[in-house]
Write a protein that binds this ligand. Structure first.
Ligand code: CO
Length: 158
């Protein structure tokens, strides 16, 4: 496994729509392994392929609930319900936090690294992470969905 460089906001690759994964090969496995290592090392909860510069529909999510890392290839949100509002950040925008509304629950259909289809349900933080990462695959950033930007304190201004 190897750490990959995380692309920052402002790079074109974060604004493009990703292509479906069609080859469930060794290269995909290496990408997912590297993305997981990069995610855990950066102390994040989710990372999408465009964040390491690749326009592929692949994401890794780890909400640190002891259940391990979830790999989603070609994910599609098939059901969503409820609403939650909370502060959200992104490994591509260190230090930036915004209040974003997301569904409280989602159901997502995806493939694993071997090409087997599965369905996973997420609630709360997991639902938020799934939505945030799926957005990345469409070139959508969390700042596009901001309800309220949390103002930075400016010294000297009252
Ligand atoms: Co992000």
């Amino acid at each position: 496994m190897a750490l990959r460089e995380i692309v920052r906001f402002g790079e074109d690759v974060l604004r493009k729509k990703c292509r479906e994964v069609t080859n469930f090969d060794e290269k995909l496995g290496i990408l997912l392994d590297d993305m997981t290592e990069t995610l855990l090392s950066a102390d994040g909860v989710g990372l999408a392929a465009p964040q390491v510069g690749l326009l592929r529909r692949a994401v890794v999510i780890d909400i640190r609930d002891g259940k391990g890392t979830i790999e989603l290839v070609n994910p599609v949100i098939i059901e969503q319900s409820g609403i939650q509002s909370g502060n959200e950040g992104c490994l591509s925008a260190p230090g930036e936090w915004c209040e974003v509304e997301r569904p409280m629950k989602v159901k997502v259909k995806a493939f694993d690294r071997h090409g087997n289809e599965f369905v996973v349900k997420g609630e709360g933080l997991l639902a938020r992470a799934i939505c945030h990462e799926c957005d990345h695959l469409e070139g959508i950033l969390f700042t596009d969905r901001v309800k309220q930007v949390i103002p930075k304190r400016v010294e000297g201004i009252k």
